[in-house]
Design a protein around this ligand. Structure first.
Ligand code: CO
Length: 480
Protein backbone atom coordinates (compact mmCIF):
# COMPACT_ATOMS: atom_id res chain seq x y z
CA UNK A 1 0.00 0.00 0.00
CA UNK A 2 1.25 3.48 -0.86
CA UNK A 3 2.00 5.60 2.20
CA UNK A 4 -0.29 8.63 2.53
CA UNK A 5 1.48 11.92 1.67
CA UNK A 6 1.09 13.26 5.22
CA UNK A 7 2.82 10.29 6.90
CA UNK A 8 5.86 12.47 7.72
CA UNK A 9 3.63 14.33 10.20
CA UNK A 10 3.58 11.12 12.25
CA UNK A 11 7.32 10.47 12.31
CA UNK A 12 9.55 11.66 15.14
CA UNK A 13 10.94 15.19 15.09
CA UNK A 14 13.54 15.44 17.85
CA UNK A 15 15.25 18.68 16.88
CA UNK A 16 14.76 21.37 19.53
CA UNK A 17 15.08 24.97 18.37
CA UNK A 18 15.96 28.20 20.22
CA UNK A 19 13.85 31.29 19.33
CA UNK A 20 14.17 31.51 15.53
CA UNK A 21 12.79 34.38 13.40
CA UNK A 22 10.57 33.09 10.58
CA UNK A 23 10.18 34.40 7.04
CA UNK A 24 6.67 35.78 6.59
CA UNK A 25 4.61 36.14 3.44
CA UNK A 26 1.61 38.43 3.67
CA UNK A 27 1.31 40.73 6.62
CA UNK A 28 0.84 39.88 10.29
CA UNK A 29 -1.25 42.61 11.97
CA UNK A 30 0.58 44.56 14.67
CA UNK A 31 -2.20 43.96 17.19
CA UNK A 32 -1.25 40.27 17.32
CA UNK A 33 1.12 40.48 20.26
CA UNK A 34 1.32 37.21 22.16
CA UNK A 35 2.15 33.55 21.69
CA UNK A 36 0.52 30.50 20.26
CA UNK A 37 1.56 27.63 22.55
CA UNK A 38 0.96 24.08 21.43
CA UNK A 39 1.99 20.60 22.52
CA UNK A 40 2.34 17.58 20.25
CA UNK A 41 3.65 14.02 20.37
CA UNK A 42 7.07 14.31 18.73
CA UNK A 43 9.16 11.29 19.73
CA UNK A 44 7.71 7.89 18.91
CA UNK A 45 10.67 5.58 19.53
CA UNK A 46 12.72 4.99 22.66
CA UNK A 47 15.62 2.52 22.50
CA UNK A 48 14.40 -0.45 20.50
CA UNK A 49 10.68 0.10 21.27
CA UNK A 50 8.04 2.27 19.65
CA UNK A 51 4.90 3.90 20.91
CA UNK A 52 1.84 2.52 19.13
CA UNK A 53 -0.79 5.26 19.18
CA UNK A 54 -0.80 8.92 18.05
CA UNK A 55 -1.82 9.92 21.61
CA UNK A 56 1.30 8.21 23.05
CA UNK A 57 4.34 10.04 21.64
CA UNK A 58 6.53 12.09 23.98
CA UNK A 59 5.44 15.71 24.12
CA UNK A 60 7.22 18.61 22.49
CA UNK A 61 6.16 22.20 23.23
CA UNK A 62 5.89 24.65 20.34
CA UNK A 63 5.72 28.42 20.61
CA UNK A 64 5.05 31.01 17.93
CA UNK A 65 5.58 34.50 19.38
CA UNK A 66 4.26 37.59 17.62
CA UNK A 67 5.62 41.12 17.98
CA UNK A 68 5.37 44.09 15.60
CA UNK A 69 4.34 41.92 12.67
CA UNK A 70 7.27 39.52 13.21
CA UNK A 71 7.13 35.93 14.39
CA UNK A 72 9.63 33.70 16.22
CA UNK A 73 9.40 29.94 16.62
CA UNK A 74 10.76 27.84 19.51
CA UNK A 75 10.35 24.15 20.29
CA UNK A 76 11.49 22.07 23.23
CA UNK A 77 10.66 18.67 24.68
CA UNK A 78 8.53 18.71 27.81
CA UNK A 79 10.73 17.32 30.60
CA UNK A 80 7.95 15.17 32.03
CA UNK A 81 8.77 12.20 34.25
CA UNK A 82 7.73 10.00 31.32
CA UNK A 83 10.27 11.75 29.07
CA UNK A 84 13.11 11.90 31.59
CA UNK A 85 12.75 8.24 32.60
CA UNK A 86 12.61 7.13 28.98
CA UNK A 87 15.82 9.06 28.21
CA UNK A 88 17.54 7.81 31.34
CA UNK A 89 16.69 4.12 30.82
CA UNK A 90 16.65 4.27 27.01
CA UNK A 91 13.31 2.48 26.99
CA UNK A 92 9.62 3.20 27.37
CA UNK A 93 8.98 3.31 31.11
CA UNK A 94 5.51 4.82 31.49
CA UNK A 95 2.45 3.27 29.87
CA UNK A 96 0.46 5.54 27.59
CA UNK A 97 -2.99 5.51 25.95
CA UNK A 98 -2.22 2.73 23.47
CA UNK A 99 1.17 1.49 24.67
CA UNK A 100 2.07 -0.56 27.69
CA UNK A 101 5.75 -1.05 28.49
CA UNK A 102 6.81 -4.66 28.69
CA UNK A 103 5.88 -5.90 32.16
CA UNK A 104 8.63 -7.57 34.08
CA UNK A 105 7.72 -9.35 37.32
CA UNK A 106 10.79 -7.97 39.01
CA UNK A 107 10.19 -4.38 38.03
CA UNK A 108 7.77 -1.79 39.23
CA UNK A 109 5.48 -1.01 36.37
CA UNK A 110 4.23 2.43 35.48
CA UNK A 111 0.97 1.73 33.68
CA UNK A 112 -1.14 4.49 32.21
CA UNK A 113 -2.36 5.62 35.58
CA UNK A 114 -2.00 3.03 38.33
CA UNK A 115 0.63 3.30 41.06
CA UNK A 116 3.42 4.09 41.58
CA UNK A 117 2.53 7.09 39.44
CA UNK A 118 0.58 7.84 36.27
CA UNK A 119 2.09 9.15 33.07
CA UNK A 120 2.52 12.92 32.90
CA UNK A 121 3.35 13.03 29.18
CA UNK A 122 1.48 16.27 28.46
CA UNK A 123 1.15 15.82 24.71
CA UNK A 124 -2.54 16.69 24.31
CA UNK A 125 -3.39 20.20 25.48
CA UNK A 126 -2.22 23.38 27.22
CA UNK A 127 -4.32 24.30 30.27
CA UNK A 128 -4.14 26.83 33.06
CA UNK A 129 -4.46 25.53 36.63
CA UNK A 130 -3.73 27.60 39.73
CA UNK A 131 -2.30 30.43 37.60
CA UNK A 132 0.18 28.05 36.00
CA UNK A 133 0.55 27.26 32.33
CA UNK A 134 0.66 23.45 32.05
CA UNK A 135 0.96 20.74 29.42
CA UNK A 136 -1.60 18.01 29.98
CA UNK A 137 -2.58 14.48 29.13
CA UNK A 138 -5.57 12.57 30.49
CA UNK A 139 -4.19 11.85 33.94
CA UNK A 140 -4.52 14.41 36.75
CA UNK A 141 -0.79 15.26 36.46
CA UNK A 142 -0.43 18.63 34.68
CA UNK A 143 3.18 19.63 33.97
CA UNK A 144 3.87 23.37 34.48
CA UNK A 145 6.31 25.13 32.17
CA UNK A 146 7.64 28.64 31.68
CA UNK A 147 6.08 30.67 28.89
CA UNK A 148 9.31 32.52 27.99
CA UNK A 149 11.77 29.63 27.98
CA UNK A 150 9.46 26.59 27.65
CA UNK A 151 11.48 25.14 30.54
CA UNK A 152 9.61 22.53 32.54
CA UNK A 153 8.97 23.66 36.13
CA UNK A 154 8.38 21.84 39.43
CA UNK A 155 5.69 19.20 39.82
CA UNK A 156 2.11 20.37 40.03
CA UNK A 157 0.27 19.48 43.25
CA UNK A 158 -3.41 19.62 44.07
CA UNK A 159 -4.15 20.51 47.65
CA UNK A 160 -7.14 18.22 48.24
CA UNK A 161 -8.20 14.59 48.62
CA UNK A 162 -10.26 14.27 45.44
CA UNK A 163 -8.10 11.42 44.12
CA UNK A 164 -9.01 9.70 40.86
CA UNK A 165 -6.86 8.48 38.02
CA UNK A 166 -8.32 9.70 34.74
CA UNK A 167 -9.44 13.15 33.65
CA UNK A 168 -9.89 15.33 30.57
CA UNK A 169 -7.67 17.89 28.86
CA UNK A 170 -10.74 20.00 27.98
CA UNK A 171 -11.94 21.55 31.25
CA UNK A 172 -14.17 24.61 31.01
CA UNK A 173 -13.48 28.07 32.40
CA UNK A 174 -16.10 30.63 33.42
CA UNK A 175 -15.73 34.41 33.34
CA UNK A 176 -14.10 34.37 36.79
CA UNK A 177 -11.55 31.79 35.73
CA UNK A 178 -13.17 28.98 37.72
CA UNK A 179 -12.36 25.60 36.19
CA UNK A 180 -15.06 22.94 35.76
CA UNK A 181 -13.99 19.37 35.09
CA UNK A 182 -14.22 15.85 36.41
CA UNK A 183 -11.94 12.98 37.32
CA UNK A 184 -12.79 9.27 37.15
CA UNK A 185 -12.06 7.34 40.30
CA UNK A 186 -11.54 3.63 39.60
CA UNK A 187 -11.98 1.10 42.35
CA UNK A 188 -14.33 -1.37 43.97
CA UNK A 189 -16.82 1.51 43.75
CA UNK A 190 -15.98 3.73 40.78
CA UNK A 191 -17.33 7.23 40.21
CA UNK A 192 -17.09 10.38 38.15
CA UNK A 193 -16.03 13.16 40.53
CA UNK A 194 -17.32 16.43 39.05
CA UNK A 195 -15.52 19.41 40.53
CA UNK A 196 -14.78 23.11 40.33
CA UNK A 197 -11.44 24.79 40.93
CA UNK A 198 -11.32 28.52 41.62
CA UNK A 199 -8.79 30.68 39.77
CA UNK A 200 -5.52 30.79 41.68
CA UNK A 201 -6.41 27.78 43.81
CA UNK A 202 -5.09 24.20 43.98
CA UNK A 203 -8.07 22.95 46.00
CA UNK A 204 -10.77 21.27 43.95
CA UNK A 205 -14.35 21.43 45.29
CA UNK A 206 -16.53 18.39 44.69
CA UNK A 207 -19.82 19.29 42.98
CA UNK A 208 -21.20 15.79 42.46
CA UNK A 209 -20.04 12.20 42.65
CA UNK A 210 -21.74 10.01 40.05
CA UNK A 211 -21.40 6.29 40.82
CA UNK A 212 -20.62 4.05 37.85
CA UNK A 213 -19.91 0.33 37.57
CA UNK A 214 -18.01 0.41 34.29
CA UNK A 215 -16.63 3.90 33.66
CA UNK A 216 -16.65 5.28 30.11
CA UNK A 217 -13.87 6.92 28.13
CA UNK A 218 -14.82 10.59 27.71
CA UNK A 219 -12.51 13.24 26.27
CA UNK A 220 -14.44 16.45 27.02
CA UNK A 221 -17.51 17.88 28.75
CA UNK A 222 -20.11 20.49 27.87
CA UNK A 223 -21.09 23.47 29.99
CA UNK A 224 -24.01 25.90 30.14
CA UNK A 225 -24.86 28.65 32.58
CA UNK A 226 -26.22 26.16 35.14
CA UNK A 227 -25.14 22.70 34.04
CA UNK A 228 -22.12 20.54 33.38
CA UNK A 229 -22.82 17.93 30.69
CA UNK A 230 -21.18 14.49 30.78
CA UNK A 231 -21.87 12.43 27.67
CA UNK A 232 -21.16 8.90 28.81
CA UNK A 233 -20.47 6.90 25.66
CA UNK A 234 -20.85 3.11 25.74
CA UNK A 235 -17.07 2.68 25.49
CA UNK A 236 -16.59 1.27 28.97
CA UNK A 237 -14.13 -0.63 31.10
CA UNK A 238 -14.24 -3.07 33.95
CA UNK A 239 -11.92 -1.43 36.53
CA UNK A 240 -10.43 -4.80 37.45
CA UNK A 241 -9.35 -5.37 33.88
CA UNK A 242 -7.75 -1.95 33.81
CA UNK A 243 -5.79 -2.77 36.93
CA UNK A 244 -4.64 -6.28 36.15
CA UNK A 245 -4.81 -6.74 32.38
CA UNK A 246 -1.58 -6.71 30.41
CA UNK A 247 -3.21 -4.73 27.63
CA UNK A 248 -2.59 -1.03 26.95
CA UNK A 249 -5.04 1.37 28.64
CA UNK A 250 -7.56 1.95 25.83
CA UNK A 251 -7.57 -1.68 24.72
CA UNK A 252 -9.17 -2.61 28.05
CA UNK A 253 -12.30 -0.69 27.00
CA UNK A 254 -15.24 -2.38 25.27
CA UNK A 255 -17.83 -0.87 22.92
CA UNK A 256 -21.24 -1.85 24.31
CA UNK A 257 -23.81 -0.10 22.09
CA UNK A 258 -26.68 -1.76 23.96
CA UNK A 259 -26.01 0.69 26.80
CA UNK A 260 -26.76 3.73 24.63
CA UNK A 261 -25.04 7.05 25.32
CA UNK A 262 -26.05 8.37 28.74
CA UNK A 263 -26.21 12.09 29.28
CA UNK A 264 -25.68 13.39 32.82
CA UNK A 265 -26.70 16.97 33.57
CA UNK A 266 -24.99 18.11 36.74
CA UNK A 267 -26.32 21.30 38.30
CA UNK A 268 -23.30 23.52 38.99
CA UNK A 269 -24.54 24.97 42.28
CA UNK A 270 -26.76 22.23 43.77
CA UNK A 271 -24.88 19.15 42.50
CA UNK A 272 -28.19 17.57 41.50
CA UNK A 273 -27.76 15.08 38.63
CA UNK A 274 -30.38 14.36 35.95
CA UNK A 275 -29.88 11.48 33.54
CA UNK A 276 -31.02 10.90 29.98
CA UNK A 277 -30.29 8.18 27.45
CA UNK A 278 -29.83 8.54 23.70
CA UNK A 279 -28.86 6.07 20.99
CA UNK A 280 -25.21 4.90 21.11
CA UNK A 281 -22.64 7.28 19.65
CA UNK A 282 -19.11 8.43 20.35
CA UNK A 283 -17.22 11.73 20.25
CA UNK A 284 -14.10 13.48 21.44
CA UNK A 285 -14.97 17.17 21.49
CA UNK A 286 -17.98 19.06 22.79
CA UNK A 287 -18.13 22.27 20.75
CA UNK A 288 -20.53 24.47 22.70
CA UNK A 289 -23.70 24.27 24.79
CA UNK A 290 -26.32 26.66 26.11
CA UNK A 291 -29.75 26.88 27.71
CA UNK A 292 -32.89 27.87 25.85
CA UNK A 293 -36.35 28.18 27.46
CA UNK A 294 -35.21 25.97 30.32
CA UNK A 295 -33.88 23.27 27.98
CA UNK A 296 -30.27 22.33 27.36
CA UNK A 297 -28.75 22.34 23.88
CA UNK A 298 -25.30 21.04 22.96
CA UNK A 299 -23.38 20.71 19.69
CA UNK A 300 -20.86 17.95 19.11
CA UNK A 301 -19.27 16.02 16.21
CA UNK A 302 -20.61 12.48 16.30
CA UNK A 303 -19.07 9.14 15.33
CA UNK A 304 -21.32 6.09 15.03
CA UNK A 305 -18.78 3.93 16.84
CA UNK A 306 -15.14 3.98 17.98
CA UNK A 307 -13.46 2.99 14.70
CA UNK A 308 -11.78 6.40 14.81
CA UNK A 309 -9.71 5.35 17.86
CA UNK A 310 -8.41 2.31 15.95
CA UNK A 311 -7.54 4.48 12.95
CA UNK A 312 -5.34 6.69 15.11
CA UNK A 313 -2.78 3.95 15.73
CA UNK A 314 0.50 5.11 14.19
CA UNK A 315 0.82 2.07 11.98
CA UNK A 316 -2.53 2.91 10.38
CA UNK A 317 -1.89 6.66 10.13
CA UNK A 318 1.53 6.20 8.50
CA UNK A 319 0.60 3.46 6.08
CA UNK A 320 -3.09 3.45 5.29
CA UNK A 321 -4.25 6.20 2.93
CA UNK A 322 -7.81 6.07 4.30
CA UNK A 323 -8.24 7.63 7.75
CA UNK A 324 -11.64 9.04 8.59
CA UNK A 325 -11.06 11.16 11.66
CA UNK A 326 -13.82 13.71 11.05
CA UNK A 327 -17.23 13.46 12.67
CA UNK A 328 -20.68 14.79 11.75
CA UNK A 329 -21.92 17.84 13.62
CA UNK A 330 -25.11 17.17 15.57
CA UNK A 331 -27.20 19.38 17.83
CA UNK A 332 -28.66 17.60 20.86
CA UNK A 333 -31.72 19.12 22.48
CA UNK A 334 -32.49 17.92 26.01
CA UNK A 335 -36.11 18.58 26.91
CA UNK A 336 -35.90 18.71 30.70
CA UNK A 337 -39.65 18.66 31.35
CA UNK A 338 -40.43 15.80 28.97
CA UNK A 339 -37.21 13.94 29.90
CA UNK A 340 -36.47 13.51 26.22
CA UNK A 341 -33.37 13.85 24.01
CA UNK A 342 -33.59 14.84 20.34
CA UNK A 343 -30.76 15.21 17.89
CA UNK A 344 -30.47 16.65 14.41
CA UNK A 345 -27.66 17.02 11.88
CA UNK A 346 -26.45 20.61 11.98
CA UNK A 347 -24.01 20.67 9.07
CA UNK A 348 -22.90 18.55 6.15
CA UNK A 349 -19.26 19.39 6.87
CA UNK A 350 -17.01 16.63 8.24
CA UNK A 351 -15.23 18.09 11.20
CA UNK A 352 -12.85 17.66 14.13
CA UNK A 353 -10.72 19.80 16.49
CA UNK A 354 -13.46 22.45 16.86
CA UNK A 355 -12.83 25.88 18.37
CA UNK A 356 -15.11 28.83 19.04
CA UNK A 357 -14.67 32.45 20.12
CA UNK A 358 -14.61 31.09 23.68
CA UNK A 359 -14.47 34.32 25.69
CA UNK A 360 -17.44 35.75 23.82
CA UNK A 361 -19.79 32.83 23.21
CA UNK A 362 -18.95 29.82 25.37
CA UNK A 363 -22.09 28.54 27.15
CA UNK A 364 -24.19 31.00 25.13
CA UNK A 365 -26.14 30.86 21.86
CA UNK A 366 -23.56 31.37 19.11
CA UNK A 367 -22.98 31.37 15.38
CA UNK A 368 -19.54 30.09 14.43
CA UNK A 369 -17.40 26.97 14.73
CA UNK A 370 -13.83 26.95 13.41
CA UNK A 371 -12.45 23.46 12.88
CA UNK A 372 -10.36 21.14 10.74
CA UNK A 373 -12.18 18.94 8.28
CA UNK A 374 -11.82 16.75 5.28
CA UNK A 375 -12.97 17.63 1.81
CA UNK A 376 -12.94 14.01 0.72
CA UNK A 377 -14.02 11.52 3.37
CA UNK A 378 -11.08 9.40 4.50
CA UNK A 379 -8.51 12.03 3.48
CA UNK A 380 -7.30 12.73 7.06
CA UNK A 381 -7.72 16.48 7.86
CA UNK A 382 -7.13 18.44 4.67
CA UNK A 383 -8.96 21.74 5.24
CA UNK A 384 -10.00 24.38 7.73
CA UNK A 385 -13.73 24.92 7.91
CA UNK A 386 -15.92 27.65 9.36
CA UNK A 387 -19.47 26.55 10.08
CA UNK A 388 -22.35 28.93 10.74
CA UNK A 389 -24.55 26.85 13.05
CA UNK A 390 -27.56 29.14 12.59
CA UNK A 391 -27.87 28.65 8.82
CA UNK A 392 -25.46 25.83 7.93
CA UNK A 393 -23.24 28.07 5.78
CA UNK A 394 -19.71 26.77 5.34
CA UNK A 395 -16.48 28.53 4.35
CA UNK A 396 -13.40 26.42 3.63
CA UNK A 397 -9.65 27.05 3.35
CA UNK A 398 -7.80 24.37 1.45
CA UNK A 399 -4.54 23.99 -0.45
CA UNK A 400 -3.06 21.07 -2.39
CA UNK A 401 -0.85 18.74 -0.28
CA UNK A 402 -1.60 20.71 2.87
CA UNK A 403 -2.81 19.19 6.15
CA UNK A 404 -3.79 21.75 8.80
CA UNK A 405 -4.20 21.27 12.54
CA UNK A 406 -6.62 22.80 15.06
CA UNK A 407 -7.37 26.46 14.25
CA UNK A 408 -7.05 28.64 17.37
CA UNK A 409 -9.23 31.75 17.28
CA UNK A 410 -7.76 35.08 18.45
CA UNK A 411 -10.20 37.98 18.72
CA UNK A 412 -9.14 41.35 17.33
CA UNK A 413 -9.02 44.08 20.00
CA UNK A 414 -12.25 46.11 19.81
CA UNK A 415 -13.84 43.34 17.77
CA UNK A 416 -17.36 44.09 16.62
CA UNK A 417 -18.54 40.55 15.91
CA UNK A 418 -18.05 36.95 16.97
CA UNK A 419 -15.80 36.12 14.01
CA UNK A 420 -13.76 39.34 14.04
CA UNK A 421 -10.24 37.99 14.48
CA UNK A 422 -7.65 35.54 13.24
CA UNK A 423 -7.28 31.78 13.09
CA UNK A 424 -3.82 30.33 13.77
CA UNK A 425 -3.11 26.84 12.51
CA UNK A 426 0.07 24.81 11.95
CA UNK A 427 -0.09 23.26 8.49
CA UNK A 428 2.01 20.39 7.14
CA UNK A 429 2.97 20.91 3.50
CA UNK A 430 3.39 17.26 2.54
CA UNK A 431 5.00 18.07 -0.83
CA UNK A 432 7.69 20.23 0.78
CA UNK A 433 7.87 17.94 3.86
CA UNK A 434 7.81 21.10 5.93
CA UNK A 435 5.35 23.03 8.10
CA UNK A 436 4.12 26.59 8.19
CA UNK A 437 1.97 28.66 10.49
CA UNK A 438 -1.12 29.86 8.66
CA UNK A 439 -3.00 33.00 9.69
CA UNK A 440 -6.53 33.24 8.33
CA UNK A 441 -9.07 36.04 8.58
CA UNK A 442 -11.74 34.27 10.64
CA UNK A 443 -14.45 36.35 8.95
CA UNK A 444 -13.63 35.40 5.36
CA UNK A 445 -11.37 32.32 5.81
CA UNK A 446 -8.90 34.06 3.47
CA UNK A 447 -5.17 33.90 4.10
CA UNK A 448 -3.70 36.92 5.90
CA UNK A 449 -0.14 35.64 6.25
CA UNK A 450 1.99 32.55 6.62
CA UNK A 451 5.29 31.97 8.41
CA UNK A 452 7.54 29.18 7.18
CA UNK A 453 8.84 26.95 9.98
CA UNK A 454 12.54 25.95 9.82
CA UNK A 455 11.57 22.27 10.04
CA UNK A 456 8.71 19.81 9.85
CA UNK A 457 6.40 19.87 12.89
CA UNK A 458 4.59 16.68 13.92
CA UNK A 459 0.80 16.63 14.00
CA UNK A 460 -0.63 17.55 17.38
CA UNK A 461 -4.02 18.12 18.91
CA UNK A 462 -4.47 21.32 20.88
CA UNK A 463 -2.96 24.61 22.01
CA UNK A 464 -3.82 28.06 23.31
CA UNK A 465 -3.08 31.67 22.49
CA UNK A 466 -1.47 33.51 25.39
CA UNK A 467 -1.01 37.27 25.72
CA UNK A 468 2.66 37.92 26.44
CA UNK A 469 1.71 40.67 28.86
CA UNK A 470 0.07 38.25 31.27
CA UNK A 471 1.70 34.82 31.05
CA UNK A 472 0.44 33.80 34.47
CA UNK A 473 -3.14 34.56 33.53
CA UNK A 474 -3.68 32.75 30.28
CA UNK A 475 -7.41 32.70 30.29
CA UNK A 476 -7.70 36.33 31.31
CA UNK A 477 -6.85 36.90 27.69
CA UNK A 478 -8.18 34.02 25.66
CA UNK A 479 -11.01 32.58 27.69
CA UNK A 480 -12.48 35.58 29.44
CO1 CO B 1 -9.01 16.94 22.53
Amino acid sequence: MKKPPYHVGFTSQENELPPTPLAVTGSIPNWLSGSLIRTAPSKFEVGSKSYRHWFDGLAMLHKFSFHNGQVQYTCKFLQSNAYRKAKEKNKIVYGEFGTDPCRDLFQRVFTFFSSPSPTDNGCVNINEYNNQLTATTETPQPVPFHLDTLETLHNFQYNDQLGGQLTIVHPHYDANGTVYSYVTKFGYKSSYQVYSLAAGSATRQLIASIPVKEPAYMHSIGITENYIILTEFPLVVNPLELRFSKKPFIECYRWKPELGTKIHLVHKSTGEVQQFVSEPWFSFHHVNAFEQNGDVIFDIPVFNDTTVIDQLYLDHLRNNPVTDVAGQLYRFHIHLEEKKVERRLLSKASMELPRINYARVNARPYEYIFCAGNTIRGNFLDNLTKINVTNGEILVWQEANCYPGEPVFVERPQAVSEDDGLLLSIVLDAAAQNSFLLLLDAGTMQEVARALAPQRITFGFHGQYVLSAAPEQVYQTIHR
